[in-house]
Design a protein around this ligand. Structure first.
Ligand SMILES: *Cc1c(COP(=O)(O)O)cnc(C)c1O
Length: 539
């Protein structure tokens, strides 16, 4: 109305930019200013709304202590889903101290009772550590508050561990170094009354290593909440055929009480039930094969074992271990073409973060192996390698009900929980996996004899770290591994660009943080058991 049209449009563009992009990284912290603005924007808006509702609600309006915010933690719970909303802690302190005139001690008590924190990863490159300078420029008052939180916290630590300066350094919210940073996970643990991991093994790792110092100071804060999935989407909606077969045997109560699935134990030897389950799986496989044919022009054998690894592409998830197995199968067929072979369709799907070079090379490798294997007349339809493009929930809903084998093969100690593992299990796929994340509890529930568990346990990984992991030892000892790696080096799968996979080989041989070769031998042996069992189950 005052004529500032142009400025109004420009301002609106600036405002809308805050929510224009979702950072596409998976388990990687990229300390970008826009991301920090986004995180603060969402936190500030949420807290403003929470406080407004609290102050206007009936329960407080006749209560004179309402202004002291005594009942705030009884009415409000703020669950910090990872550290991304961790600025909620200094923002709530700012509101209570600066705007509501509470004392620091009172405000801190309210804040800690209100906030709880869920950790989602132990990978160091994923932990948010914002440069002090960026916070200073964008949120100076919040930085002041973080300093005050830190000062009072370190005083407490020092009182309990007098003289332990090294402990103070490790636990400080402020990390010293060429660039000073604020460790947001430390802020969350200090500012929350409860801290949880997302699977039992992950919660144990938090207590025993990643946040050991904090556990020793305040053991009562640490808990576990193993992740879960919704059976409405991941069974009823995506696999109505299987849901119906289940309902015919045990009724429909399992829809609201999944523990009821235990009653299927009574049907483990029931021929008709097993036939019905197998029939649904075969129908789902045929349907997905038709989908691949129509959407991607790919022909796959619906009688083959559907071996599926779908998840974000990441070195720790070890799609490369899967690739080495596929190459090994191919070499075995080529070496002995007339030997019986359990046919497999290996499907690998997932997105690479745009800036993650190694993840993109892994996708290139999967498609390159496919180009060689799928064309080879000596192989026929005994082995196919398919890269599933644009993996997303709607594709997961199609492929998971069609899977025979679920690949959950991360290096032990790296996958916080996983939820894909649970989706596959609920749809009757068998799991080949390491003792990592929720796989551990799935094996406990189903019986370890009902999963294909292989490879190093967390303790083995730690022992190998102490001893020093040497990829070359495995390369020299295992001829099939050596052959596969040599094929990658020599351009067997990239004849027009022989050095295409040089970076992958160099990483695997010289700086593989996730120890792919150490689990190769046991993985291949375990896959042999998978094939043998599939053969028994095939008429
Ligand atoms: C469930 C799901 C994931 C998580 O899979 P993980 O195997 O646990 O990493 C990722 N992407 C999509 C589309 C999913 O549905």
């Amino acid at each position: 109305n005052v004529g500032g049209y142009i400025q109004a449009v420009l301002d609106r563009n600036l405002a809308e930019n805050i929510s224009r992009v979702l950072y596409p990284n998976d388990n990687f912290f990229e300390g970008k200013e826009l991301r920090l603005k986004q995180e603060y924007f969402v936190v500030a808006a949420t807290l403003h709304d929470i406080v407004r509702r609290f102050k206007s609600a009936k329960f407080g309006s006749r209560d004179p202590v309402r202004t002291a915010f005594d009942t705030f933690p009884d009415k409000v719970a703020i669950q910090l889903n990872d550290t991304h909303p961790s600025l909620a802690i200094p923002e709530l302190m700012r509101i209570l101290v600066d705007e509501e005139n509470l004392s620091w001690d009172k405000a801190w008590e309210v804040t800690v009772r209100t906030c709880a924190y869920t950790n989602h990863t132990v990978l160091p490159e994923a932990l948010e550590r914002w440069p002090l300078q960026l916070l200073e420029a964008l949120l100076p008052r919040h930085l002041q508050i973080i300093y005050e939180i830190n000062q009072r916290f370190l005083d407490r630590v020092y009182a309990q561990f007098p003289g332990d300066h090294e402990r103070l350094r490790r636990m400080s919210l402020v990390e010293e170094g060429p660039v000073k940073r604020i460790n947001m996970a430390h802020l969350c643990i200090v500012g929350a009354h409860a801290v949880n991991g997302v699977a039992r093994i992950h919660s144990d790792i938090l207590k025993n290593s990643v946040f050991k110092d904090f556990y020793e100071l305040e053991p009562h804060k640490f808990q576990n909440k193993t992740n879960g999935i919704t059976p409405r989407r991941w069974l009823l909606l995506c696999n109505p055929g299987l849901a119906e077969v289940i309902a015919q045997r045990i009724g429909e109560d399992f829809v609201a009480d999944l523990d009821q699935l235990q009653r299927l134990r009574g049907f483990v030897d029931d021929e008709a039930f097993l036939r019905d389950v197998a029939k649904v799986k075969q129908e789902n496989k045929a349907k997905f094969a038709a989908f691949l044919q129509k959407e991607c022009g790919l022909r796959v054998n619906p009688a083959s074992l559907f071996d599926v690894q779908v998840k974000r592409i990441h070195e720790y998830k070890r799609q490369l271990l899967n690739c080495l197995h596929v190459i090994t199968l191919y070499n075995r067929i080529k070496k002995d073409p007339n030997k019986p072979f359990v046919p497999r369709t290996v499907m690998i799907g997932g997105k690479a973060a745009p800036g993650y070079h190694m993840a993109k090379m892994i996708i290139k490798l999967v498609t390159s192996i496919g180009d060689v294997v799928n064309q080879d007349p000596a192989v026929g339809d005994r082995l196919k390698v398919v890269f599933l493009e644009n993996y997303r929930v709607s594709l997961a809903e199609k492929v998971i009900p069609a899977a025979d084998l679920s690949e959950q093969i991360s290096t032990a100690g790296t996958e916080a929980s996983g939820t894909g593992n649970m989706k596959f299990m609920l749809n009757g796929a068998l799991t080949i996996g390491t003792m990592d994340g929720a796989n551990v509890e799935m094996a406990e529930e189903a019986g370890e004899e009902n999963l294909f568990i292989f490879g190093m346990r967390v303790e083995d990984v730690e022992a190998l770290d102490r001893q020093g992991y040497r990829a070359r030892d495995y390369y020299e000892r295992l001829p099939e591994l050596r052959q596969a790696v040599d094929q990658l080096s020599s351009g067997f799968f990239s004849p027009r660009q022989p050095d295409l996979f040089r970076d992958i080989v160099n990483m695997l041989m010289n700086h593989d943080r996730f120890k792919v070769f150490a689990d190769y031998e046991d993985y291949v042996k375990c896959q042999e058991k998978v094939s043998a069992l599939y053969k028994v189950g095939t008429p």
